[in-house]
Design a protein around this ligand. Sequence first.
Ligand SMILES: [Fe+2]
Length: 245
Amino acid sequence: MKIAIISDIHGNQDAFDKVMEDIDKFKPDKIFCLGDIILAGYNPNYICKKITELKESMKEDFEIIQGNTDKMIANCNKDLIKRTKEAFPCMGYSLEEDVKITKQEYIDFVRNLPENKYIEINGLKIQLVHGSPRSQNENIYPELTDNTILEMTQNSKADLILCGHTHIPCGYSLSNGKTVINVGSVGRSMTKDKMPVYLQLTVDKNGKFFVEHKIVKYDNNIASNHILSRGFKHCEDLARMFINE
Ligand SMILES: [Fe+2]
């Protein structure tokens, strides 16, 4: 059984298309998406259309959960925009604009997504989360201690926990036998070269699994210019995050 896991697309059409081309070559039986599909990119409607089409065509072989920024889009109001502008100006202005341009059917789609999901494959219990099993907003970064990750994941009943949110790929084999893998980000990768990352997971008939983070190349300058062309206040800060400076 082969599974491709994507996360944090953030409305980045070019990165998503390149990752899907690579996933087509992998020929997965299933695709999982760990949320954050809309905010802070340049084409949220394109991503939502593609994601809903995948869900329709793959049916139970496509799983998607809600990310923290999907929830922000779904629950957006003036107070949330104000608070986000104060804390992180470019995200606040992006939130304000993305809610205006994203079709209502897609806002409803992300509103109704579950926050986490358990899936069992050949006896392997997998949990899909956005941040950590206990919070959509918690960061599972590289170089945390075993004890820190054990605490974050203590309520999970899974053997394998798959997460995103930080946009930085990493993985942990814990002392209790569980594995935690942050799959990285398709659309706003925070790796050194800012290239899209997704996870290839293979589960054998006994539930033993193998994983590989796959880095995909694309023209991040084009994506950066698309963001810049949106023209809202502080969009240049968002655009700069796409490129290596
Ligand atoms: Fe994200």
